[in-house]
Ligand binder design. Structure first.
Ligand SMILES: *[C@@H]1O[C@H](CO)[C@@H](O)[C@H](O)[C@H]1NC(C)=O
Ligand SMILES: *[C@@H]1O[C@H](CO)[C@@H](O)[C@H](O)[C@H]1NC(C)=O
Ligand SMILES: *[C@@H]1O[C@H](CO)[C@@H](O)[C@H](O)[C@H]1NC(C)=O
Ligand SMILES: *[C@@H]1O[C@H](CO)[C@@H](O)[C@H](O)[C@H]1NC(C)=O
Length: 140
């Protein structure tokens, strides 16, 4: 009986800890004048499950290179800031050519991946020539 109670309290303790630490908000860093994608990619290993990847309101992100979110699970991609894609056509063509003739600027796959925007009319925009969004949601 004592052993059983101890076991139960360990389970409850574990549940409390895992509930508290279950969800992370990962705010995408921004530096003026540089491509923000490497910073986002650096963040992803800790944010690919049970997380909210936040592009903050009030920030115009420089998305000069394609974003590869990888395989995500229970992740919300919250686009509350603006994402500015390159408008320099030869530059984009160079990237397209380098990747064998086609490129997806945003790729994500996984389970339960949602993309949300912003109610504020000034924020939550994806501004650019190529905004192909590809998300594969596999349900189980
Ligand atoms: C970054 O750019 C924005 C918009 O041009 C400007 O308001 C802000 O002061 C700049 N921040 C820094 C740290 O230079
Ligand atoms: C975005 O980043 C690229 C690469 O670092 C840079 O050449 C470009 O000037 C930046 N654009 C803006 C609007 O800051
Ligand atoms: C799906 O992901 C969201 C976070 O974006 C989470 O709140 C929700 O519980 C997840 N749903 C399931 C069924 O796991
Ligand atoms: C990309 O390839 C196209 C078609 O092959 C070519 O016309 C263009 O000059 C190339 N651009 C760059 C920047 O490599």
């Amino acid at each position: 009986m004592i052993g059983w109670l101890l076991h139960l309290s360990l389970i409850l303790g574990y549940l409390v800890i895992s509930t508290l630490s279950a969800f992370t908000t990962c705010t995408v860093p921004h530096t003026n004048g540089t491509d923000d994608v490497p910073g986002l990619h650096a963040l992803l290993p800790g944010c690919s499950s049970n997380a909210r990847i936040l592009f903050q309101q009030g920030v115009t992100y420089n998305i000069s290179t394609p974003i590869v979110f990888g395989t995500l699970q229970n992740v919300e991609i919250a686009i509350e800031g603006n994402l500015e894609l390159p408008t320099n056509i030869p530059y984009v063509q160079g990237i397209v050519n380098a990747s064998g003739g086609s490129v997806r600027w945003f790729t994500a796959s996984g389970k339960n991946v949602t993309v949300s925007g912003n109610q504020d009319p000034d924020w939550g925009w994806i501004d650019g020539e190529v905004n192909v969004y590809s998300a594969n949601e596999n349900s189980d």
